[in-house]
Design a protein around this ligand. Structure first.
Ligand code: ADP
Length: 396
């Protein structure tokens, strides 16, 4: 029996989940944050609710990974590094090239490095994580699982922008989407729950976390998705704007003396969305709490809901129908009121949720009311489980 680890490396973070395989038992999970910033937070959960926490000076990803593996041993989660026989890395951008997860050999690593222009903040960090693990665990299989690969099935009509065609031809400027690993997991679970082949279903999946997007799944494939060339597009998010008219950016930049597009993109990614509108919080729980007394918090939630409903409507129209609506990720799994209010607005599609069934958080369940012609499902996502399953699939 081997163990496999799913890794999500950011520029200053390293998150992991360690599984025993093939039983898929979760052995440990945790994160190292603020790597290279002087004082790094380490948190490792394991065993029967046990938790290790520390604050250390960790210089880089190599050091973070060494520390993590040493801790896994000293906490008796593993006995030896070599028990970890598979490492799966979440990689943000796979471009048009990676249509599935791959084993990372020298050629694939070069290709991943060459895609950094598509995700300048994330891709270099993903590569750091891959290289650091390869150094320490050279015998373990190393795979890359791309956020975008599920969306390489999008039809041309949905991935092209209405821009001069040469920008696509010359620079591959198009929609790539994100959250693909979550959509792969959730769409398959939805088909299992409905007892029908995925290929026969039309699904709209709402991945509503801090980063949020919506996906239309048709014929077992991603058919349209709300994120675009980058994750800033689509619906309103915790700190991201979602869709905006580019001309308003030019106008604001002139008025506010913002002379650099990078700074404006930073505002769209980090200072917009729920936090930007409400001024209260980027966290939906706090926005919901504040909304009765605070107009801007109320507005932020209303705008969030409006964008969700708008995308669902357009995806039902594009697919020519819907069999099931699926809620997942932090907000989708936990906000009972938001699920109820969103589905109430969609009753004309034949969507009806049973309030008693809906009175639940984070558990897989069919929420549909009697007589509802379209099913509503709650399916907690598990991207890391999908990653370690890919390790098993690619090992063969
Ligand atoms: P990400 O993976 O994008 O960081 P998550 O999927 O973990 O995000 O979702 C985190 C978000 O889920 C939080 O920011 C919070 O807004 C939301 N959330 C968690 N619990 C609740 C709840 N009980 N009610 C409303 N929103 C919640």
């Amino acid at each position: 029996m081997g163990k496999s680890i799913a890794i999500n490396a950011g520029s200053s973070t390293l998150k992991f989940k360690l599984f025993e395989m093939p039983s898929e038992k979760l052995l440990s999970m945790g994160a190292i944050e603020r790597i290279g910033l002087g004082s790094s937070d380490v948190e490792i959960k394991y065993g029967d609710g046990e938790k290790y926490k520390d604050n250390l000076d960790i210089k880089d990803h190599d050091e973070a990974i060494k520390l993590l593996l040493d801790k896994l041993i000293s906490l008796k989660i593993i006995n030896d590094f070599h028990e970890i026989t598979g490492v799966g890395h979440r990689v943000v951008a796979g471009g048009e090239f990676f249509t599935d997860s791959v084993v990372v050999d020298d050629e694939n690593l070069k290709k991943i490095e060459s895609l950094k222009e598509f995700a300048p903040l994330h891709e270099p960090a993903n590569v750091l994580g891959i290289k650091a693990f390869k150094k320490i665990l050279p015998d373990a299989i190393s795979i890359a699982v791309f956020d975008t690969s599920f969306h390489t099935s999008l039809p041309e009509v949905n991935y092209m922008y209405s821009l001069p065609y040469e920008y696509y031809e010359k620079y591959k400027a198009r929609k790539y989407g994100a959250h693909g690993t979550s959509y792969r997991y959730v769409s398959q679970r939805a088909a299992d729950m409905l007892g029908k082949p995925l290929e026969d279903l039309k699904l709209v999946i709402l991945h509503l976390g801090a980063g949020a997007s919506i996906d239309a799944v048709k014929d077992g494939k991603s058919f349209d998705t709300s994120m675009g060339f980058s994750p800033v597009a689509g619906i309103t998010m915790a700190t991201r704007s979602g869709d905006v008219d580019p001309s308003v950016l030019q106008y604001v930049m002139e008025k506010d003396g913002i002379d650099n597009m990078d700074d404006m993109i930073d505002i769209l990614n980090h200072k917009s969305g729920l936090i930007g509108i409400s001024g209260v919080s980027a966290d939906m729980r706090e926005v919901e709490e504040a909304q009765t007394e605070n107009h801007r918090a109320h507005l932020a939630r209303d705008i969030f809901m409006n964008r969700v409903v708008r995308y669902i409507g357009s995806y039902v129209a594009e697919m020519g129908g819907i069999d099931a609506l699926v809620f997942t990720a932090g907000i989708g799994e936990n906000s009972i009121t938001l699920r109820q209010e969103v589905t109430d607005k969609l009753s004309y599609f034949g969507i009806k949720v049973d309030p008693e069934k809906n009175d639940i958080r984070g558990v897989e369940r069919d929420l549909s009311a009697e007589g509802s012609t379209v099913k509503t499902l709650l399916i907690p996502t598990d991207e890391e489980l999908m990653i370690v399953r890919d390790i098993e699939r690619l090992r063969k």
